[in-house]
Design a protein around this ligand. Sequence first.
Ligand code: CU
Length: 259
Amino acid sequence: MRKSLTITAATAALFVLPVAAFADSHTQEFRANITQANETGASATADLSLDGNNLTVSISGDGFFDGFPHAMHFHGEPGGDNVCGPLNPGEAGFDEADVDGDGFLSVVEGVPAYGPVTVSLTTEGDTSPDSALAVDRFPTSSTLDYERTFEVSDEVAENLSTLHIVIHGADLDGTGEIGTLENEDGTMKESSLDPDLPFEATAVAACGQITAVAAGGIDTGAGGTATSSSNTGLLAAGVLGLGALGTATALRRRGNQVA
Ligand SMILES: [Cu+2]
């Protein structure tokens, strides 16, 4: 009797485990540990969940300039060899990357390493490179508190782990304001992308490589689609469990944008 019960339990496990694995296999998890550039002291963690072409991106940051739009992008040629590159003075290769020798890494100076904008992590609307400077649609808090689900191209979906998250906007001269950094002649130092924007508005604040999370490395219970009420609950629990997403703004945003 005891033996048959054991066999039954083991047999049941053989059936249950593959089913559970299959149920989660369509969702892939990624993460990016985003570290400071230009010695901003800012950092962030991004968690990404890919279900087909639907990508959910959650970013919790710390130390970003509070009260100014932080343009955030995926950078890189999908499938290419991009890297965040030297981001801070003193790092190997920084002096070569800092072409104008001003001691700061501008957006354009970072492009040879991290590549072009592939996706714009806007809070609403278009997410293409066309929205790279949509300053009214990016997070503005020091913790970013970003959460959005949107559709990505096959090319991006298949090559996520070759891309990088770059976060822009930094108070480089420590005045407590964006736009006070000046050229030697006293004029406003301009963005390398748009002369109407201050250099500090688009300067690189932080960068992190997107990497795949090994299956089973995190709770795959959150891997369901939003069509199942039980999986939706688990997804919400998983997102909330990441912490630092507790502001009313973030909750409203999530309510609007996560189906
Ligand atoms: Cu960017």
